[in-house]
Design a protein around this ligand. Structure first.
Ligand code: HEM
Length: 345
């Protein structure tokens, strides 16, 4: 059976991951992962839709056959995705939306998006005992994730209405953030073996950011970039936490950036590359191929977080969670500042 072209698949997955994040989770919950907290559409075949689903146990590949059988034409994809959404609603007893309109998690009434329950009454426990720390972190910060993801500047990039200059401005902010983050991570890794496993060399982003900036701006890129106020505050906070030698604090920032780069970041890269016709130059930041399988890496990272969490007492776990939420807050603030700078330009 004829496969769908890459640009068709990128269009469908980009739309689903940009505008229908909650629906992806609904489908995951209905078709095999009732406790799904996140779900990203990763592919389309003539036989099925493909998702990568996250729940407390880690990440899973999910393939759901199209309700109408094998398909071969682009318009049939939309029909089948809608049919899957409807079938998922029916299975879960959730009312279907009248029209299949986009529904995004940032809307005020539903910051918890993704169908998860990030602020469950007892986030540290499940009916089967204590919840893994990585799941606690994800769930208690998912509403902050939704805020970051839903910031207009970021959303415009994901919806293909951001300009190339927007993307360049974002890369420039990354430079200041990763300069601070990787300095702190390197220092803590040297001092604390418990941290070193989170920070393999292949994660290091600064050289890739520098190469991206050189190709996007030119050799004099360093003189032509500046942090927006939120980026300066973000980098300052990372430096502060690093200077204190606070491992859990640095890890909070580390988790928020790198797990994001390995998740939604991969979608951002595809979107931007396609829209602005960028090859590997300009989006090297998102290329983690040296890490091997990203799914395996993220699962190992979460397992390491679980173990790390066991070494912390309740107060320290809560402090680290607050730092993760603060890290998301800084990211959202950076998008807000970039949006204001753009509006003022
Ligand atoms: C348009 C923007 C974004 C999209 C579409 C997006 C999407 C996603 C998705 C689908 C996941 C689920 C994991 C997976 O299936 O691989 C995820 C995870 C994650 N994202 Fe984002 N994201 C975006 C922006 C951000 C931002 C700005 C940050 C913070 C800097 C961030 C941080 C994270 C983190 C830390 C995780 C891992 C959560 C966990 O499993 O513990 N994301 N993102």
């Amino acid at each position: 059976m004829k496969k769908f072209a890459d640009d068709v698949i990128a269009g469908v997955t980009g739309h689903m991951n940009g505008d229908h994040t909650e629906d992806n989770v609904l489908i995951a919950k209905a078709f095999g992962y009732p406790e799904a907290t996140a779900s990203m559409m990763t592919g389309v075949t003539p036989e099925a839709g493909l998702w990568r689903v996250t729940d407390a146990a880690g990440e899973h590949e999910l393939s759901v056959p199209w309700p109408g059988g094998v398909i071969s034409e682009r318009p049939e994809i939309r029909r089948e995705v809608v049919a899957l959404y409807n079938a998922a609603c029916d299975r879960l007893g959730v009312p279907r939306r009248e029209e299949h309109a986009p529904r995004r998690p940032r809307h005020a009434a539903d910051h918890h998006g993704h169908g998860s329950a990030p602020h469950a009454p007892h986030p540290g426990t499940t009916p089967d005992g204590p919840k893994p720390f990585s799941a606690v972190i994800r769930e208690s910060s998912w509403s902050d994730h939704s805020d970051s993801e839903g910031a207009t500047f970021m959303e415009d990039i994901m919806r293909g209405v951001g300009t190339k200059q927007d993307y360049i401005d974002l890369v420039a902010q990354h430079y200041f953030v990763y300069e601070a983050l990787e300095a702190a991570a390197t220092r803590i890794a040297e001092a604390d073996p418990a941290f070193a496993r989170f920070h393999p060399a292949a994660l290091t982003r600064l050289p890739a950011i520098e190469a991206d900036l050189a190709s996007l701006i030119g050799d004099d890129w360093r003189e032509r970039i500046a942090p927006v106020p939120a980026t300066a505050a973000y980098a300052e906070r990372i430096r502060e936490v690093g200077d204190e030698g606070w491992t859990a604090g640095v890890l909070a920032h580390h988790y928020t950036r790198y797990l994001g780069d390995l998740s939604g970041g991969q979608m951002i890269a595809k979107r931007v590359a396609k829209q602005h016709g960028l090859g590997s130059e300009g989006i090297a930041f998102y290329d983690f191929s040296e890490l091997g399988s990203l799914v395996d890496f993220k699962n190992a990272y979460r397992a390491a977080l679980d173990e790390f969490g066991e070494t912390l007492d309740e107060a320290e776990r809560a402090r680290m969670l607050e730092e993760v939420r603060a890290a998301y807050g800084f990211n959202t603030a950076v998008f807000v500042d970039l949006g204001s700078a753009k509006a003022a330009a």
